[in-house]
Design a protein around this ligand. Sequence first.
Ligand SMILES: [Zn+2]
Length: 156
Amino acid sequence: MKNNKEGTQIPELKDLRPFFSEKGIKMTPQRIAVYQALLKLKHPCVEEIAEDVHKSNPTITIATIYNILEFFCEKGIIAKMRTNSGKMHYETHPQPHHHICDETKDVIEDYYDEELNKLIKAYFNKKNLSEWEILDFHLYLHGKYNGNVEETYNNK
Ligand SMILES: [Zn+2]
């Protein structure tokens, strides 16, 4: 599924360096290629990341890419999520948002809703969870996608 994020600027190498070093991540050409693929693609799975990475690094294996993805998750610079079909998808953290996932098709959409966020924040403020301060939340909505998967996601 090719679905480039519109308007997303792919950071140049010089801009990635301070970001990586702040997170304690040593920059390697392979890590850079994987991270740049994640910035380019929308909720890609490992195969889609590999397809992009192979353009610049044809010898990198899927296992290496998978290890890099796991490492990035541990470092908190990307998130992963599993669709109902069991496939793992990855994304960088641009800004907090929710997800809608189709029950059977391999489709994940971003869901932004400031109104809902305000409601949930207000709700938990009132709840007064004495020992907890809620910092963030992520809704994972399940649904049935009625759009055309081929047209929306396979327009290469
Ligand atoms: Zn997302």
